[in-house]
Design a binder for this molecule. Structure first.
Ligand code: 3PG
Length: 395
């Protein structure tokens, strides 16, 4: 883990910030354990080196102590994955916690209660950070999903606890989302989807500087169409982003990036799973109809354009994939990337919705890398630095 091989881990108390912010259903059952599984390699390595592991995470966005947001429901799954009984503390600081840490055997694991039960966490309060730091001898940050937050457990704590290094998951995320994007094998393609231009503008602008090919899909394409004077029916359009859309198209041209917009779309008569639908040319969506997916010609053109690429990054679905009828475009792209990945192309899936789509299609294990970060991966792809990464010793 990080440079930690150089330090003697045996018997050392290691504060490990992980992102166990997983979705739970009404009966407090984990509905997607990806983040728990992703945290395992670092924890196991520390255990094997005889460290005393203190796990710290947030869950949700509680306002104060809220039983619904306790990390307790995660204990059985973490214990199972690690093959040990993970102890759970009722707090994340204080005397009781200190006693539990002191009682940890070498290779033992203690999970602290939700760090966001203290408002000082999100405020990055130095006093609180110092209390967290006082629990351990060294710090490992493996919470990539939370690295865009400058909070006490991700940033502040490093001012009081050294060494402060990245865990394996953090390292892998950075290798792909920064490394592979900065030095891609070319041709390098980006596929950007999602409903809004406004949330993806930073990503598109940043990627336009790096890619050879940019494919656009999802609800945001209708803002581009409208900017080009097409009739978009009742499709989602951000009127205040029309000029921006035009300037992006121009920027692509001036940079020599080939930018593909879908040439046909699946239009629906309402925004619903049981809507009537038909395939129409992108330039002429009838009044009263809205585009909810990319059409078959576009799928074909997109797929063919990807055939010669060596690196692909994908962020955002092609359509409203939550509705079966409008999941075809997103699934086809997921399948295409899986096939290319198997053939040796580097495929990187960054961001919440496209990850969910790939998982829904059962293709997650085919991709080179699937990011565990939503907001964090978006910010990295926008070219921003993450506070949780900058705070580490070898940043
Ligand atoms: C996430 O799910 O994106 C991370 O766990 C961060 O959560 P937050 O958006 O509540 O800070």
């Amino acid at each position: 883990v990080g440079d930690l091989k150089e330090h003697d881990l045996k018997g050392k108390r290691v504060f490990v910030r992980v992102d166990l912010n997983v979705p739970l259903d009404d009966s407090q059952k984990i509905t997607d354990d990806t983040r728990v599984r992703a945290a395992v390699p670092t924890i196991k390595s520390l255990m094997e080196h005889g460290a005393r592991v203190i796990l710290c995470s947030h869950l949700g966005r509680p306002k104060g102590v809220t039983p619904k947001y306790s990390l307790k429901p995660l204990v059985p799954r973490i214990s199972e994955l690690l093959g040990v009984n993970v102890e759970m503390a009722n707090d994340c600081i204080g005397e009781e916690v200190e006693k539990m840490v002191a009682a940890l055997p070498d290779g033992g694991v203690l999970l602290l209660e939700n760090v966001r039960f203290y408002k000082e966490e999100e405020k990055n309060d130095p006093g609180f950070a110092k209390k967290l730091a006082s629990l351990a001898d060294l710090y490992v940050n493996d919470a990539f999903g939370t690295a865009h937050r400058a909070h006490a457990s991700t940033e502040g704590v490093t001012k009081f606890l050294k060494p402060a290094v990245a865990g394996y998951l953090m390292q892998k995320e950075l290798d792909y989302l920064v490394g592979a994007v900065a030095n891609p094998k070319r041709p390098f393609a980006a596929i950007v989807g999602g409903s809004k231009v406004s949330t993806k503008i930073g990503v598109m602008e940043s990627l336009l500087e790096k890619v050879d090919l940019l494919l656009l899909g999802g609800g945001m394409i209708f803002t581009f169409y409208k900017a080009q004077g097409y009739s978009v029916g009742s499709s989602l359009v951000e009127e205040d982003k029309l000029i921006l859309a035009t300037s992006l198209l121009e920027k692509a041209k001036s940079k020599g990036v080939s930018l593909l917009l879908p040439t046909d779309v699946v239009a629906a008569d309402k925004f619903a799973a049981d809507a009537n639908c038909m395939v129409v040319p992108a330039s002429g969506i009838p009044d009263g109809w809205m585009g909810l997916d990319i059409g078959p010609d576009s799928i074909k053109a997109f797929s063919e354009s990807l055939d010669t690429t060596k690196t692909i990054i994908w962020n955002g679905p092609m359509g409203v994939f939550e509705f079966e009828k409008f999941a075809v475009g997103t699934e086809a792209i997921a399948k295409k990337l899986a096939d290319l990945s198997v053939a040796g192309v580097t495929t990187i899936i960054g961001g919440g919705d496209s990850v969910a789509a790939v998982e829904k299609a059962g293709l997650a294990d085919k991709m080179s890398h699937i990011s565990t970060g939503g907001g964090a991966s978006l910010e990295l792809l926008e070219g921003k630095s993450l506070p949780g990464v900058l705070a580490l010793d070898d940043a």
